[in-house]
Design a binder for this molecule. Structure first.
Ligand code: NAD
Length: 425
């Protein structure tokens, strides 16, 4: 490869670029395509003057980066966090390009956000910030251009304000300009469970591929929030034995299996939606970290990034790790696990049920016709299954780890699209 490689002082972007160049080199991607795909198509900064509740005016910085639209409209969330900057958006936008490509959905990748401390903002200030952000990025977003979604510190209210502002500016209803809306305002049934259901689908297909019967297979699920609970519910229904679960209140170990239905009911009733105080016959309360080291077939970390790291990966006893969270296994831990013979299914394959679910919401919005939850799940599971085998078979054929295989498969689909579409005049 003879291209001049880009670097960045932003660690996230620098890592994204290094990973991309390494994969491009490995797959022998031609220089022109390397040049195109190592840069975002469009990156804009916007200033957002907001009248605060006390009458003063503050100006916030916002960003929207469209890394690629080769496969379709840019897709990716916008977040509110003090650390947001344009390079972070570029890095996260490129990861969305690869994630959507691997998921086999007709989207490119993008990301955006506003540099702010959302905890300091009242709801009224949040609304003005969101509406101003929507107005400033209006020229580049749209159902067929760029479709944002929730991300860190943004959720259903922000999506509704964003959609409402764009619709008013255009003088027509445009529900498909964002996804992650509540069911009552053109959101989608099934979305809440989609990511966990997708992770569980990968676990089931993995077990089938390595000839371990799902009935009685021992599974540990770290994190009992959105992704963790729906993963646990699905695995439990499939007959697996969930031997350990955890959340910020620690670990809960039941060698004969957690009563998942009871645990979910406990969390639903808990004022802070926690496992705190959960009990059942034969349950042992252990620390949050100890859960990761239980004897099991599968460990599925569904909490935060860096849960399995260089310091603790050596203690993991599970033979398979399926990443439900984003980046729960650090690169150092990944190497330790590989040396121990642990097989890992990477986050951007395993947790892609979320973005596939966003695609389903958009499809329903464009058609003005809503699916039942059953229809939604019946479409999600085959797509997740196909994606799993695309990566699994490629990894086997090429003799590479599933994480590498996923990245190579994803880049190839985008590169092929760029090549076919060509450059403009
Ligand atoms: P959530 O806030 O609903 O749940 C997070 C859970 O992790 C909570 O139960 C929390 O108590 C627990 N937790 C936090 N720190 C912990 C620790 N140290 N040990 C054990 N448990 C801990 O979040 P979520 O939506 O379930 O997301 C979880 C992860 O999955 C994140 O990395 C997120 O980026 C990723 N993800 C989520 C979706 C989605 O659709 N929700 C999609 C793709 C990826």
């Amino acid at each position: 490869m003879s291209v001049k490689k880009r670097t960045s002082k932003n660690v996230l972007l620098d890592t994204a670029l290094k990973n991309f160049y390494a994969a491009a080199e490995e797959m022998g991607l031609e220089d022109g395509l390397v040049e195109v795909l190592s840069r975002p198509e469009r990156a804009i900064s916007v200033s957002l003057p907001i009248t605060m509740d006390d009458g003063s005016v503050r100006v916030f910085e916002g960003y929207r980066v469209q890394h690629s639209t080769a496969l379709g409209p840019a897709k990716g969330g916008f977040r509110y966090h003090p650390d947001v900057d344009i390079e972070e958006c570029e890095a996260l936008g490129s990861l969305m390009t690869w994630k959507c490509s691997l998921a086999g959905i007709p989207y490119g990748g993008g990301k955006g956000g506003v540099s702010c401390d959302p905890m300091e903002l009242s709801m009224a200030e949040r609304e003005r910030l969101t509406r101003t952000f929507a107005a400033r990025v209006a020229p580049i977003v749209g159902e067929w251009a760029d479709v944002p979604a929730p991300d860190v510190n943004t959720g259903a209210p922000e999506m509704v304000w964003f959609m409402d502002t764009i619709s008013k500016l255009r003088g027509k209803f445009e529900p498909g300009v964002v996804t992650g809306k509540p069911i009552s305002i053109w959101g989608s049934k099934g979305r809440t469970a989609a990511t966990g259901l997708g992770v569980a689908t990968c676990i089931k297909e993995l077990l089938k591929s390595v000839k371990v019967d799902v009935k009685g297979a021992r599974v540990i699920i770290q994190g009992f929030g959105n992704v963790g609970t729906f993963n646990a519910i699905t695995m439990d229904k499939a007959g697996a034995k969930i031997v350990g679960i955890s959340d910020i209140t620690g670990g809960y170990y039941a060698p004969n299996g957690i009563d998942v239905e009871k645990a979910v009911q406990h969390v639903t009733k808990h004022p802070k939606k926690l496992l705190e105080g959960y009990t059942q016959p034969g349950l042992e309360k252990i620390s949050g970290e100890e859960v990761l080291f239980l004897d099991a077939d599968v460990l599925s970390p569904c909490a935060l990034e860096g849960a399995v790291n260089g310091k603790n990966a050596g203690n993991v006893k599970a033979k398979y790790v399926v990443e439900g969270a984003n980046g729960p296994v650090t690169p150092e831990a990944d190497e330790i696990l590989t040396d121990k013979g642990v097989l890992l299914i990477p986050d951007f394959l395993a947790n892609s049920g979320g973005v596939i679910g966003s695609y389903f919401e958009w499809v329903q919005n464009l058609n003005g016709f809503f699916w039942t939850e059953e229809e939604y799940n019946n479409r999600l599971i085959p797509i997740m299954t196909d994606n799993f085998y695309r990566v699994w078979n490629y990894a086997k054929a090429q003799g590479v780890k599933p994480r590498r295989a996923a990245f190579l498969v994803a880049i190839k689909r985008v590169a092929d699209a760029v090549k076919m579409r060509g450059t403009f005049l």
